[in-house]
Design a protein around this ligand. Structure first.
Ligand SMILES: Cc1cc2nc3c(=O)[nH]c(=O)nc-3n(C[C@H](O)[C@H](O)[C@H](O)COP(=O)(O)O)c2cc1C
Length: 320
């Protein structure tokens, strides 16, 4: 791999993806360009059967790659190559000028999902307006209170932890417990630290989700217990943001919305605000419907936003 591509990937690889699957692959293509596709082994067929999160993440990656190219002084622009039945997404081709963006390498490195406690406080109107401006044209942004959504989150978590196939898929991407000495550290997925779990909580979750334990405990209330443990997550006075979009977005629209969503998160991060996506609220049919009723439109992404009490961990990447 060329040193230019290595440098671009180290930065662009900081893009977010559901379960930190990092589904993107980039290879040299044509004269001084690059081709982007996705790795079907890194899809989430159970949790993301419509590929909503896949295309949002790939859109975020496109934006991150262009920001990285601008930061590295490499003039590139994107050409979409998406076709039904193919895993090709886009080509980055040489341009006359570098990608124009207010975001920098420091923004890519600094943005993080934060799943621990947030300092109470509503997202200020001025910051909300700036975040919404990043979505302009492709999606809307709704701000609600954390407490109002707490019962919905508990219901969505109960649904999630009660579904065998969803839990099996989640388990594939969980990297709980320290890796034994001598074994390589996985550079994808979700560690206990990234999930803001204590050592004890990490251990308990690891044991409870093992296939045999889960099979025994699921019928006797494990989903309720696990959902109850996240009950406190929204029981403070803060903000949840919901990105809304017209129903039935095409993959191309999702890619564009993913670019915008990422810019929205980068804009919030500039102001010191971290985000914590709560996609189970829109993956679970019942809670998605109720959320759509509250918001008055179809929710495309939902996340709490705030200033984290503790500095969030830097999540792992294959390209670090
Ligand atoms: C489309 C999308 C959906 C996501 N859904 C969730 C979610 O439901 N719960 C969660 O904790 N994180 C979610 N995330 C955050 C990812 O897990 C996170 O981006 C990844 O672990 C990398 O960490 P980072 O954002 O700190 O770089 C989502 C991210 C994306 C792009």
């Amino acid at each position: 791999m060329s040193s230019e591509l290595t440098e671009l990937l180290r930065l662009a690889g900081r893009a977010p993806s559901a379960h930190n699957t990092q589904p993107w692959t980039v290879s040299p293509s044509g004269a001084l360009g690059y081709a982007l596709s996705w790795d079907p082994d890194r899809e989430l067929p159970v949790g993301d059967p419509t590929r909503r999160d896949l295309f949002l993440a790939l859109g975020a990656f496109v934006e991150a790659f262009l920001i990285a190219s601008g930061a590295a002084g490499v003039p590139l622009r994107v050409e979409w190559t998406l076709e039904p039945g193919q895993t090709r997404v886009a080509r980055f081709v040489r341009a006359d000028e570098c990608y124009a963006t207010p975001f920098t390498a420091a923004d890519l490195r600094g943005r993080r999902s934060a799943r621990g406690a947030y300092i109470p406080g509503v997202l200020p109107d001025a910051v909300l307006a700036e975040a919404e401006a990043e979505l302009a044209g492709t999606a809307g942004l709704w701000r609600g209170g954390t407490r109002a959504l707490a019962p919905l989150l508990e219901e969505a978590d109960r649904w999630l932890f009660g579904d065998r196939a969803l839990v099996a898929e989640l388990r594939r991407w969980l990297r709980l417990r320290p890796v034994p000495a001598g074994r390589p550290q996985a550079l994808d997925g979700l560690t206990g630290r990234a999930l803001a779990l204590s050592r004890v909580e990490e251990r308990v979750l690891h044991e409870a989700l093992r296939p045999i334990a889960y099979g025994v405990l699921r019928p006797v209330g494990l989903p309720r217990v696990l959902a109850a443990s996240s009950r406190g997550l929204l029981r403070y006075d803060g903000s949840v943001l919901v990105v809304t979009a017209p129903a039935g977005s095409t993959p191309m629209e999702l890619l564009e919305q993913g670019r915008r969503l990422f810019r929205c998160w980068l804009r919030l991060a500039r102001h010191g605000y971290a985000t914590h996506p709560l996609s189970q609220l829109i993956d679970c049919g019942r809670t998605a419907e109720r959320l759509a009723g509250m918001v008055g439109a179809r929710p495309l992404a939902v996340f709490r936003v705030g200033r984290p009490v503790d500095e969030p961990v830097r999540s792992v990447r294959n390209t670090d």
